[in-house]
Design a binder for this molecule. Sequence first.
Ligand code: FES
Length: 115
Amino acid sequence: MGNLANLAAEWTDVGVVDDIPPLGSRVIATSLGDVAVFRVSGGEIFALRDKCPHKGGPLSQGIVHGKRVTCPLHSWVIALETGEAVAPDEGCAHTVPCRIADGHVLLKLPLQWAA
Ligand code: FES
């Protein structure tokens, strides 16, 4: 059985991909709180809840390198594809499905974050 929240989710256009600086991010305010959309070299995008799994630091203000972001508060490294903290740290930021269509960023926001 799938996750009920995800079943009900819709793709939402949150703006133009070119508004996200390369190796940077843009914060999208949602009803669930801020979501950070990251743009890595090569143009791929990834979206995570803008809240570090360590102590809630704003991942959107971190440094993007490869397909990872380093949290600005205590330098945990988070894998953008999975939201998982890179060992030895442990924790997971919520990922949000995202894609680019006609130069726009689409997010599939859950109705609520999974526990
Ligand atoms: S809050 Fe992100 S590393 Fe501590």
